[in-house]
Design a protein around this ligand. Sequence first.
Ligand code: ACO
Length: 269
Amino acid sequence: MSSYECINLTIDGDVATIQFNRPEKKNCMSPTLHNNVRNALVEVEKARVKVLVITGIKDAFCAGMDLEQCFFEPFDDPQRMAAINDDVFTWFQHLKKFPAVTIAKVNGWCFGGGMELAGICDIAIVADESTWGLSEVNFGIFPGGGTSWAYAHNIPSRKKALYYGLTGETFTGKQAEEIGYATKSVPLAQLDAETDRVVKMLSRLGRTVLRKTKEVYEKVKWMDFEAAVDYEMAKLWELSRETNDDWIRTALASFKRREFKPGTQSYKL
Ligand code: ACO
């Protein structure tokens, strides 16, 4: 496993964790951090984990883009800006279609690009005490580079979404759960335990079923019902073939013998 300057990467069996490690700068994303994450995601994908947790060290999840190093300082150097953006958008896109389940574990400050990161992940488990904000308007721009996409897709109510986009008002992790941005909010003291519980639940399931569940959800969201039915059936047979029909031959054969109750138990495939 490689070591990186601005992140800590751990890979332990089926689970990888990327922890942003710029505590003195509230884990905001510098060009080096972007480059680190870009490379780390390639490494994690090769390790074929089932779950990737992304979190921050100390009191911040991620205070967004490093406003000095990513914008102010390179502004008059278009080539430098382009190189930074190449890293940024390569890893954001990679994360969006990552084969493993991605969990944002939001432990503290979460602004702008940090909210994009939490929004791209499949699941967000957050601390009640964390502070969130679309602060872009406070320095004269709109949430860009995918952040508008992220808040438009994670806050179902247009009135709530535009309220936070337009005012930049901060909200808590508890409120993030209420508006739909977070899957679940728990007291900071329980954040590790709750995340571990969810990670264990996911790790018990098959890699293929996790990957295809994500893939099918993302695609059918944009289809009409008829197309979705066709696509879902085609993907079911694809999954079946890729897993040697295990769901029938192993899991449902076991159910037929009444060895487990699929409503409340999972069969490890
Ligand atoms: N870019 C660059 N430096 C940052 C950022 C950032 N996004 N966030 C924090 N820092 C720096 C601070 O400037 C400070 O640096 P210094 O020690 O050299 O003065 C250091 O991190 C520590 O931060 P403080 O402001 O001292 O910490 P405090 O607890 O008082 O405040 C807070 C925390 C509220 C997160 C504050 O740092 C802040 O407002 N950060 C900017 C958040 C933001 O708006 N991010 C941009 C989102 S938009 C986008 O991502 C495109």
